[in-house]
Write a protein that binds this ligand. Structure first.
Ligand SMILES: [Zn+2]
Length: 337
């Protein structure tokens, strides 16, 4: 094994080194630094890149990284781990999803630009130093809202890189895996700028776990994340141990442009269903009542059969708000105990 180098940070075999990537300065002279941890193993193996908090308020992944790193001994590791606990430090310190000042979603601008705005520069620093021509696999830890399933996003398709990404998702071991279809709407909402999709374009298998409960630390989601990263490392032969999977895994299909369940009228939405519940077409899912008359003004029904993937976190709804999402189940995998 040779030295692992990321920017100006170097780790020799058997070493764990903490450093940072310097992206530039803020107006007041404050440096923008992205923290990086290198863990260089002693035996041959793949380079795994893991990041969290690309969206600044999605902190479950940061805690996942802390617990995973604390369990690793570089002298027993095969291959290398490149870890960025906080990919967007500006959004993180502001306690918000998007990069402050420009209000950009950093996970829409990968691979970034060296001469771009703040989000593009941070994305480029990560892409060019940690991933491009370096990482063999990428895990981009995200966090959904509390009223969404814990699941993993991968792309839908038959390509080899997508198949291998699907394998990573399966061994990560969430109960739900969502396959994202590249439809017309996918392009319009800049999904091509998600880190996972850029990695796939470059032949690097990549997954996006969505560990539920942003703006808080959800112990259950953190544990799923820790088990997942360690499972992937076991699968890749980087550490020893048995892969731990849930008894059942549901593979779901999702097209960003498919019809959504939205409110036609405004008011307060009362849901009769929970994420993970299997529903049938035309089933009543909840209702909206008017705050003027307190009467039910709209009944919400399932437009198709499937599984509830998301229910709005905040039940105050205006006309046109997305209130529920149903995903189609395309496969159920039974894992032997
Ligand atoms: Zn996110």
């Amino acid at each position: 094994m040779s030295k692992l180098k990321v920017g100006s940070i170097e780790a020799s075999p058997g070493e764990m080194v903490y450093g940072s990537l310097n992206v530039g300065l803020m107006a007041d002279g404050t440096p923008i630094e992205i923290p990086v941890i290198l863990i260089q193993g002693v035996g041959d193996g793949p380079v795994l890149y893991v990041q969290a908090a690309c969206h600044g308020e999605e902190i479950n992944g940061v805690e996942v990284i802390r617990r995973v790193v604390s369990k690793l001994n570089p002298k027993e590791l095969k291959g290398s781990l490149i870890v960025v606990p906080v990919a967007n430090p500006l959004a993180f310190r502001s306690k918000q999803s998007y990069t402050p000042i420009e209000l950009e979603n950093m996970n829409r601008v990968f691979p970034g630009r060296p001469d771009g705005r703040l989000s593009e520069r941070m994305a480029y620093a990560i892409w060019s130093n940690c991933i491009k021509d370096k990482a063999d696999y990428v895990i981009d830890l995200h966090t959904g809202v509390r009223t969404m399933l814990t699941f993993i996003f991968v792309e839908y398709g038959e390509d080899e890189v997508i198949r291998r990404s699907g394998e990573l998702a399966r061994v990560f071991g969430t109960e739900y895996i969502v396959k994202e279809v590249r439809d017309e709407y996918w392009k319009r909402i800049r999904f091509g700028g998600k880190l996972r999709n850029v990695c796939n374009e470059h032949g690097i298998p990549s997954i996006t776990p969505e560990l539920d409960g942003r703006r808080c630390l959800n112990e259950e989601a953190v544990q799923i994340g820790v088990r997942g990263v360690l499972n992937v490392m076991k699968y890749l032969g980087m550490i020893k141990g048995n892969i731990e999977l849930p008894p059942k895994q549901y593979i779901l299909k999702w097209s960003p442009g498919e019809p959504k369940i939205t409110s036609s009228l405004g008011g307060i939405f009362i849901s009769k269903v929970k994420p993970g519940q299997i529903v049938k077409e035309d089933q009543v899912l909840g209702f909206i009542y008017s705050v003027k008359t307190l009467e039910v003004v709209e009944e919400i029904k399932a437009h198709k059969s499937g599984i509830i993937r998301y229910v709005t976190e905040y039940p105050v709804v205006n006309a046109g708000d997305r209130i529920l999402e149903i995903s189609e189940i395309i496969e159920v995998i039974e894992n032997k105990g």
